[in-house]
Design a protein around this ligand. Sequence first.
Ligand code: F6P
Length: 327
Amino acid sequence: MSQEIKRLAVFTSGGDAPGMNAAIRAVVRTATFHDLHIYGIRRGYDGMIQGQIKRLETSDVGNIIHRGGTVLKTARSKEFRTKEGRKMAYESLMANNIDALVGIGGNGTFTGLEIFSNEYDIPVMGIPGTIDNDLAGSDYTIGFDTAVNTAIEAVDKIRDTADSHNRLFFVEVMGRDAGFIALSTGIGSGAGSILIPEKGDNVDELINHLKIGVRRRKLFSLVIVAEGNPGGGAMEIAEKVKEKFDHYDTKVTIIGHLQRGGAPTGADRVLASRLGFGAVEGILNGQSKVMVGIKNGEITYTPLSESIKLPKEPKDDLLRMAEILAR
Ligand code: F6P
């Protein structure tokens, strides 16, 4: 293992995700095991710029594995997008003699890490923490499983009222650019249709699908719409469907930020613990500018540039299966 790294800093950035605390805990405890001094940066890149950097001990991360959100707080920093902001951040790190950085977040966080590590000579490691699951290089990201479970629980409740009233419900789930939450929620809740950004405009196809359902005497229907669906979110889609097809009484539910909160599932706690552990051991083994992930059960390290840019498409066979099972 490299002898260079003595002081490691960890931060969370971008949208919070359930399981981030379990990852922070794993980073702190693995680093402590390896005799590193570990520091927590509050409020992501903004806190880095402002020097909000504090030594963490093993006891500081006790009793957090089960909590949603992030004890380090998070932010979407505009200042870090500027050269001056990044310079201030570097100066803060140097003032605390930080040798390496671990960032927990999604696309924006990793884009920042990549730029920063190209400008300044400091080893960096990303841990995928986003409910959207849209990073190449890990089968799952921290928070995705919890978000899907929350969404499914909500759709189960909507199903009861949809059934009682013979209604058509459009349920919008998060996913600005990706349909993973929508796809898993749709499959797991047995929804009739799933609209995701990766599949382009799909309103006509949806209307045809609904017509088939009506011919088969389906009395109610559930449509899961990803927030970033190109044909529009749940509100817009409901309007478009109503215009062309008024068979059902339609309703819209937007689950929104409910999906980002709450206690992480067991799967997210285990994933976060493995990734936090893998991040520290990876950086000590000389890995840098990479994202730690788990693929086919194994810890992997993928260049940050690839994790952000390579498209991680939802599997077509899952979409096909969802469609068949919804008939
Ligand atoms: O965390 C990712 C995400 O949940 C996206 O799906 C969503 O568009 C976005 O965050 C909303 O973020 P914010 O609450 O910070 O505006």
